[in-house]
Design a binder for this molecule. Structure first.
Ligand SMILES: NC(=O)c1ccc[n+]([C@@H]2O[C@H](COP(=O)([O-])OP(=O)(O)OC[C@H]3O[C@@H](n4cnc5c(N)ncnc54)[C@H](OP(=O)(O)O)[C@@H]3O)[C@@H](O)[C@H]2O)c1
Length: 308
């Protein structure tokens, strides 16, 4: 008697990052509802940040910029793999859209039917960078050639604990730098983005739409600083910089010039109200209320504690 065919796998590109690692752990804990192999892709293929040994999890080495690695998810040591859905996270570069659309076609030729893209609230379909990939998926979807979803999350609550500009600023100087003035953002939890992603990857009914993934409260950086001051028991100050000063600061932390310019320009848009809205997408998609910034900050407050 031949061995039973394993159910199709889900490939999580960027599977060791802030959102990807959470998608992986949520997929693992919902195995009874969605039995599947989870392929966790990153450049070194070590699966950092993810459980090391689970029979349903395989770590894959994949580099967007090295097309030789693109076959790795489709053919592991255990043999050929049938992949049903792919979660797409762009590499940190402004010119990755053509690589990404090329990979989507590559994966379609190997039988992948569903693609879920992580874009950003600030980027419309057809816009720059991931907007082009968004437009490409929507077009394929309109022709019935793929099942698709695009997640457009706003700014992550986790940025304050992971991005060097914020993490070191808060820890070492008790300061948060931005160029957003009094502009407000509906800060979203990466756990909630992952929960929406899991639904989009695994629901029997294909989403074939985009989701603006927003958190529950509109908070300016001044208000974030006040919340952190209360939780940390010391004064955290928001320093409102000119865009050029913020751009320089990002570069001092190792960010390429063009990316730093884009990040700084996004702060100017926030200043003039670009992120000043919220919605119920997380509640509708996951059935749970979106997480609040203060609860996140309390849960990780040790990362901002200063050495004695
Ligand atoms: N942070 C925000 O507030 C925010 C808001 C909206 C949208 N976004 C978007 O979210 C995306 C980032 O998501 P994230 O924060 O969850 O990711 P992240 O924590 O920055 O992690 C990036 C992931 O991609 C992998 N990676 C990096 N370079 C790669 C390459 N060349 N080839 C293959 N894999 C590569 C990394 O693993 P290795 O380094 O080990 O390869 C890691 O798993 C970006 O597209 C960003 O624009 C972010």
């Amino acid at each position: 008697m031949s061995a039973p065919t394993p159910p199709p796998a889900v490939l999580v590109l960027g599977g060791t990052g802030t959102v990807g690692s959470r998608i992986v752990s949520q997929l693992l804990s919902s195995q009874s509802a969605h039995p599947t192999t989870i392929l966790v892709a990153s450049r070194n293929g070590n699966g950092d940040n993810n459980p090391k040994s689970d029979p349903n999890l395989q770590n894959i080495s994949f580099d967007w910029h090295d097309t030789d690695t693109w076959t790795n998810p489709f053919s592991t040591a255990a043999g050929p793999v049938k992949i049903s859905a792919v979660y797409l996270i762009a590499p940190p570069s402004l010119n990755a859209s053509s690589l990404m659309t090329e990979f989507i076609d590559f994966a379609r030729e190997r039988g992948v039917r569903r693609f879920v893209l992580q874009s950003a609230s600030s980027i419309e379909a057809g816009g720059p960078a991931m907007g082009k990939v968004h437009g490409f998926l929507r077009e394929l979807g309109q022709r019935g050639e793929v099942e698709w979803a695009v997640l457009r999350p706003t700014w992550f609550q986790q940025n304050f604990a992971t991005q060097p500009l914020h993490l070191r600023g808060i820890k070492e100087e008790s300061k948060i730098y931005s160029a957003t003035g009094e502009g407000r953002i509906p800060w979203v939890s990466a756990d909630d983005i992952a929960a929406v992603a899991v639904r989009a990857l695994t629901d029997a009914e294909p989403p074939n739409t985009e989701y603006l993934v927003l958190g529950p409260e509109l908070l300016s950086y001044d208000e974030i600083a006040a919340i952190l001051s209360k939780i940390l028991g010391r004064r955290i100050v928001h320093v409102d910089l000119a865009p050029a000063e913020l751009e320089k600061r990002y570069q001092d932390f190792g960010m390429p010039e063009d990316y730093a310019r884009m990040m700084s320009a996004m702060d100017t848009s926030i200043k003039f109200g670009a992120e000043n809205r919220t919605n119920d997408a997380i509640l509708v998609m996951t059935g749970a209320a979106p997480r609040k910034f203060g609860d996140f900050a309390k849960s990780v407050k040790e990362v901002w504690e200063q050495q004695a």
